[in-house]
Design a protein. Structure first.
Length: 320
């Protein structure tokens, strides 16, 4: 069993010093809708250069790695955005990047990855998830960087929380989507130290809600993951090594329908001119249900890399 050590606030503060000049300090804006059950704010990570928050963790882990480790290039695994961020920054550093992806990954995710200089290695989903779960990628070239089991990645993501607290010190709730758990670990570590009365929720789509299942069982449980017409994250189970770290500060999980996600995507586009992907809209959909409580709710809009044709259909009130 893999055992992971929690990171500290100091880790995040050091990450901020390391990556501050190479990321966008993204704006925190209020959702321009008055008749909602809560006051919703959008943390616009979709505006990062690679279109997602993954840029923070990718830069931090690469800048903090020794040149000896990076001399033969790197390998990682990703469903899209993390691989893009790693390939993009590795290319800037002048080193090759290999990214193991699910064979069902969309072209809208893979084209930018290849354009950024990444070499794509496709695997069937079950095999890909098994490799991610075990962390065993012995046959890949270069230095392997696990996309989740890495404190440097969490620390990079945790810088989002520092910015939220600076811009909205009286935040009551923060909602993130849940993929591997690195984003939640980063944000929760900061909030626990600096504003522990802020409630932390994760949002999940009805097509894959492993955190909800884990909370009900008290441990990670295997679920049936259903296909989604647009990217909404969520795997067949919570990665077991992450559960002890995630469950410490987790207030709850909010499951939303695809129709609710689509409505959140439309609302952000129409009211705030924000283009988000499905996973980036999950927190907004969750906040709009009112299940996260009242007050000031920050939704981390994690990415905006959505297929254009699908986005247009959503704007036309269709489910792709």
């Amino acid at each position: 069993m893999i055992s992971l050590k929690a990171m500290s606030l100091a880790d995040v503060q050091e990450a901020r010093e390391r990556i501050g000049c190479e990321i966008l300090r993204t704006p925190l804006v209020r959702l321009n809708v008055d008749d909602l059950p809560v006051e919703i704010y959008l943390k616009l990570e979709n505006l990062q250069h690679v279109g997602s928050f993954k840029q923070r963790g990718a830069i931090n882990v690469l800048k903090n790695a020794s040149r000896d480790k990076l001399s033969q290039g790197i390998s990682t695994a990703s469903s899209g955005n993390f691989g893009l961020a790693m390939a993009w920054y590795a290319n800037r550093m002048g080193i090759p990047a290999n990214v193991v992806v699910q064979e069902t990954s969309s072209d809208s995710k893979l084209k930018p990855l290849r354009k950024a200089g990444g070499t794509v290695i496709k695997l069937p989903f079950d095999e890909w998830f098994q490799l991610v779960s075990t962390g065993k990628f012995e046959k890949l070239p270069g230095h392997f960087i696990h996309p989740v089991y890495n404190r440097d990645i969490w620390a990079g993501h945790g810088t989002i929380a520092l910015e939220i607290l600076e811009d909205l010190p009286d935040v009551d709730v923060i909602i993130t989507p849940y993929g591997g758990g690195g984003l939640f670990c980063g944000i929760s570590s900061v909030i626990h130290e600096l504003k522990p009365d802020t409630k932390l929720f994760v949002s999940e789509a009805e097509t894959a809600a492993p955190v909800t299942a884990a909370l009900a069982a008290g441990r990670p449980e295997r679920i049936v993951k259903k296909p989604a017409p647009f990217h909404c994250v969520g795997g067949p189970s919570v990665l077991a090594p992450m559960w002890p770290l995630v469950s410490r500060f987790l207030e709850g999980a909010i499951v939303v329908t695809l129709a609710e996600v689509a409505e959140a995507l439309r609302l952000m586009a129409e009211k705030n001119h924000v283009i988000a992907e499905g996973s980036g809209a999950l927190p907004v959909a969750a906040a709009m249900t009112g299940k996260a409580g009242s007050g000031k709710v920050v939704c981390v809009v994690t990415g905006g890399n959505i297929d254009t044709d699908k986005f247009l259909k959503i704007l036309a009130r269709e489910i792709p």
